[in-house]
Design a protein around this ligand. Sequence first.
Ligand code: FES
Length: 64
Amino acid sequence: MCVAVTEAEVRDCIHAGARTVDEVSKRSFACTGCGGCRESIEEMLANGGVLGRASRLCALPQSA
Ligand code: FES
């Protein structure tokens, strides 16, 4: 089961200093379900918190 984590929450984690998917997971519980959002989180880590249009996070409503 996926967890309810929004793009904004992941971005906040990155801005607060998270530098790996594991660090983001520990802070927000993102990517602690099926793991299907791992690539999206890696993309955000590489882009300073920006998520590409084609990516998704935990199949939940996205906020800009
Ligand atoms: S853990 Fe399943 S999409 Fe994030």
